[in-house]
Ligand binder design. Structure first.
Ligand code: CMP
Length: 139
């Protein structure tokens, strides 16, 4: 059993599609093991995306991520990291496969509705960035 961190970003919350995003994961057999809504400060967003600190989009990405509430989730299941990435679609919605979350709902490469950890190593740092053990209910 594997875990990953997913975030419904501020654009997803503003578009009122939190439920749709969660459903698309649950319909594929993925279990929600932890979930909460919170508002990131610019500093907390910068800490989360620190691996991208030298990228040209870092400033605008962290401003966007702190522009409104987000929903953070711990998702659980077999091969869940890859499954979530398939359901989300490519980072750039123009390149995302039909029927993926980003293909259906995202407006651009930055405001792309949803985040999912890209590897077990990322999941291992991203999950405790937002969740204590007590907030995660294992299956
Ligand atoms: P995410 O999967 O959360 O991981 C890093 C985020 O950076 C990505 O989704 C996008 O929101 C953003 N991002 C990645 N590439 C670009 C880019 N070229 N321009 C702007 N934002 C980007």
């Amino acid at each position: 059993m594997q875990r990953t961190l997913s975030i419904v970003k501020p654009d997803g919350v503003r578009k009122q599609i939190i439920g749709k995003v969660v459903s698309m994961f649950e319909e594929k057999g993925i279990r929600v093991a932890g979930i909460k809504m919170l508002s990131l400060t610019k500093d907390k967003a910068m800490g989360f995306y620190r691996v991208h600190k030298d990228r040209p989009f870092f400033g605008s990405l962290t401003t966007f991520m702190s522009s409104g509430p987000v929903v953070v989730m711990v998702l659980e299941g077999e091969d869940v990291i890859n499954k979530v990435r398939t359901i989300m679609g490519a980072t750039d919605p123009k390149k995302a496969d039909k029927g993926t979350i980003r293909n259906m709902f995202a407006s651009d490469i930055e405001q792309n509705i949803v985040h999912g950890s890209d590897s077990p190593e990322s999941a291992a740092t991203e999950i405790p960035y937002f969740f204590s053990e007590m907030e995660i209910s294992g299956s």
